[in-house]
Write a protein that binds this ligand. Structure first.
Ligand SMILES: O=C(O)CCC(=O)C(=O)O
Ligand SMILES: [Fe+2]
Length: 356
């Protein structure tokens, strides 16, 4: 066999040395923050085109190791504070949790705050109304039937930027905002702190977990009545992703399809009458219906991330997240939405459009 032929990498594709077999990481752009104008670097010249064409990019190298350690530490502390009940219940979450989880625990809106709580290693059904005991208010022990060494956790911390200054810094990072301006227009703004703000997500497998995966959706479908679009979600990865701990699936180019509001959805959530009928960058009808769950979609790809990678994806992009294959894993990141439409049209709306 001859040596592999070197073919120049297409836009947004990084690969190893020419003499090595090609290693492609699609959509990954490496930024050098030591340059006077990092966004003007030739390495990022094709970024905008890739984003507009495919609906996502991964920016690598934006944050230092020390800064990422701070993000991790502060998010961990915020998680613990929600668990211990030492911060307002508004930092916890029930709205995003798996409905099966909520049913199992008997938790509802009244329990906002510490409802998003799992206990690693716990058998299905152990968390329950008695599972209130697993929310950190009582030491785990024989009376609860919970292993004393099982680690309790919450899957979500909402408005996490209010508890974690490093998250606020990441969410408003001048280079990221400058890039978002380039991609979305000069007037981009982030989901206000008093509303959605930034969400810390700790996806874990296991039946005790309220967030292990998410089915196909576009983020636009959760707020289809608002005129804040187009938008872009940023995800700053605390954990690298892989099949072992779960990963994002996307359908490149799907942001250009006119995706219907989720009138048919797996959660049987009513879509308001004032919802716009569809969201996307063109009027082109999607070539197939968005699946209700986790089905394979022709053309989908996995977007794996390294720790510190910043994913930017269009709010119209079809995406889902696969559950981990290894048990003792976490897939943690912080996420928020930036918008380019009318800020005055923003209000709280959350159509639970995705399978969990
Ligand atoms: O878990 C993920 O990586 C995806 C989360 C997501 O799509 C969302 O929160 O809208
Ligand atoms: Fe999403």
């Amino acid at each position: 066999m001859g040596s592999p032929t070197f073919v120049p990498a297409p836009a947004g594709v990084t690969r190893g040395a020419p003499s090595m077999p090609a290693v492609a990481e699609v959509g990954v752009f490496v930024v050098d923050t030591t340059l006077p104008d990092p966004l003007a670097a030739p390495a990022l010249a094709d970024l905008d085109d890739f984003y507009h064409r495919h609906g996502f990019v991964v920016l690598r190298g934006l944050h230092s190791t020390a800064f990422l350690d701070r993000v991790e530490r502060e998010c961990g502390a915020a998680q613990q504070a929600v668990l211990a009940g030492t911060v307002s219940e508004r930092y916890g979450s029930t709205q995003y949790l798996d409905a099966r989880y909520l049913n199992r625990t008997g938790l509802g809106r009244a329990d906002l705050g510490r409802a998003d709580l799992g206990r690693a290693g716990q058998a299905d059904g152990v968390t329950g109304p008695s599972g209130r005991a697993s929310n950190g208010t009582k030491p785990a022990g024989a009376d609860t039937g919970i292993e004393a060494d099982a680690e309790a956790y919450v899957n979500y911390v909402e408005h996490v930027e209010e508890l974690a200054p490093a998250v606020r810094a990441a969410a408003t990072h001048p280079l990221m905002v400058a890039l978002l301006r380039r991609l979305l227009g000069a007037d981009v703004w982030m989901s206000p702190s008093e509303n959605a703000g930034v969400v810390f997500q700790d996806a874990r497998p296991g039946r005790e977990s309220g967030y292990s995966r998410i089915g196909w959706h576009s983020d636009w479908q959760a707020m289809p009545s608002l005129d804040v679009w187009p938008g872009c979600a940023f995800t700053l990865h605390v954990d690298a992703t892989s099949p072992a701990n779960g990963f994002l699936r996307v359908v490149p180019g799907s942001h250009r399809w006119a995706t219907p509001a989720p009138y048919r959805n797996i959660n049987n959530v009513a879509v308001p009458a004032d919802a716009r009928p569809s969201g996307g960058h063109t009027d082109a009808e999607p070539p197939y219906e968005m699946p209700l769950g986790f089905e394979k979609i022709p053309g989908e790809i996995a977007v794996y991330a390294e720790r510190g990678d910043l994913l930017l994806h269009d709010a119209y992009l079809w995406h889902s997240a696969a559950r981990a294959t290894e048990n003792a894993t976490t897939r943690r990141h912080v996420r928020a939405g930036y918008y380019s439409g009318d800020p005055a049209s923003y209000r709280d709306q959350f159509i639970k459009n995705a399978a969990r």
